[in-house]
Design a binder for this molecule. Structure first.
Ligand code: C5P
Length: 238
C-alpha cells in the first residue's frame, strides 16, 4: 500500500507533441506522484525528448516494456538508466534470465553513475488479451492463472513488482504479499468516461484493493484543468 502521505497517481502522458507533454509535466508538478512516458512519446522523440519533459524530475515511469534476449535487454536498461527513471519495466514473458539481466544491469549501471536504482517491474499478461487470445498463442487456462504464475516468477527474480489490471490486484496481493509493488492502470474516477477501458475501478477502490500506484491518463490529461482534476482525485484518496 502507498506509504503515508505519498501521492499514488502516475499520470500517463500519451502524446507525440513535446510542447503538450512538457506543459502537462510542468502544470501537474505537485498534483501527481509521477509521470508516465511510454512507447508513443519515446518513439517520436527518443531519450532526448524524455529528458526534455522529465529532466530534473525524480518521478518518471519509463514504460517501454522490454522483451528481448537478456544481453539486449541489459543494454537497453543500461542506456535508460541515464534518464534516471523511478520505474522501468520489462515483459515477464521474456523469462527469468531476461528479468535477472534487467535487474543486474539496472543495479550495476545505477551504482556506476551514482544515481538511485529504479524499481524494475514486469508486465504479466497484457490486459488487451483475453482467454481466447492466450489460447491462440498456446497458453491454456484462465488469464488470471497465468498472471499469478508470472507475478510469482517476477518476484522470484527479485524484481520489485508488476503492472496489473484492477481485477488482478487481489489475486496477486494474495500470492506475492504486501511488499510487492502493484502499478495499476484502468482507473476511472466515479462519473468519468471509461473510453476504451473495459474493466475499471475508481481510485479509492483500487487503493483499497491493494494498489501501490495508479496510472491515470485521460481523466487528467483530457480535463480542461488537468492540475485541478489530479488534485480532485488526490483529495478523494486523502
Ligand atoms: O487514459 P487512460 O487512463 O486509459 O491511460 C492508461 C494508461 O495506462 C495508458 O498509457 C495505457 O497505455 C496504460 N496501460 C493500460 N492498461 C495496461 C497497461 C498500460 O491502460 N494493461
Amino acid at each position: 500500500m502507498p506509504s503515508e502521505g505519498r501521492n499514488p497517481i502516475l499520470v500517463a502522458i500519451d502524446t507525440q507533441e513535446v510542447d503538450r507533454a512538457r506543459n502537462l509535466s510542468r502544470s501537474l508538478a505537485g498534483a501527481v506522484g509521477g509521470i508516465k512516458l511510454g512507447l508513443e512519446f519515446f518513439n517520436a522523440h527518443g531519450p532526448a525528448g524524455v529528458a526534455e519533459v522529465a529532466g530534473g524530475r525524480s518521478d518518471l515511469f519509463l514504460d517501454l516494456k522490454y522483451h528481448d534476449i537478456p544481453n539486449t535487454v541489459a543494454g537497453a536498461v543500461r542506456a535508460a538508466i541515464k534518464l534516471q527513471p523511478m520505474i522501468l519495466n520489462v515483459h515477464a514473458g521474456g523469462g527469468p534470465a531476461m528479468m535477472r539481466a534487467a535487474l543486474e544491469a539496472a543495479e550495476g549501471e545505477s551504482a556506476r553513475l551514482g544515481v538511485a536504482c529504479p524499481k524494475i517491474i514486469a508486465v504479466t499478461v497484457l490486459t488487451s488479451m483475453d482467454d481466447s487470445d492466450l489460447d491462440a498463442v498456446g497458453q491454456r487456462g484462465p488469464a488470471v492463472e497465468q498472471v499469478v504464475r508470472l507475478a510469482r516468477l517476477t518476484q522470484n527474480c527479485r524484481l520489485d513488482g508488476v503492472v496489473c489490471s484492477p481485477r488482478e490486484i487481489k489475486a496477486i496481493r494474495a500470492a506475492c504479499g504486501p511488499d510487492f509493488t502493484l502499478v495499476v492502470p484502468g482507473i476511472r474516477p466515479a462519473g468519468a468516461a471509461a473510453g476504451d477501458q473495459k474493466r475499471v475501478m475508481t481510485p479509492r477502490e483500487a487503493i483499497d484493493a491493494g494498489a501501490d500506484w495508479l496510472v491515470i491518463g485521460r481523466p487528467i490529461t483530457g480535463a480542461l484543468d488537468p492540475a485541478a482534476a489530479a488534485r480532485g482525485i488526490g483529495q478523494d484518496l486523502a
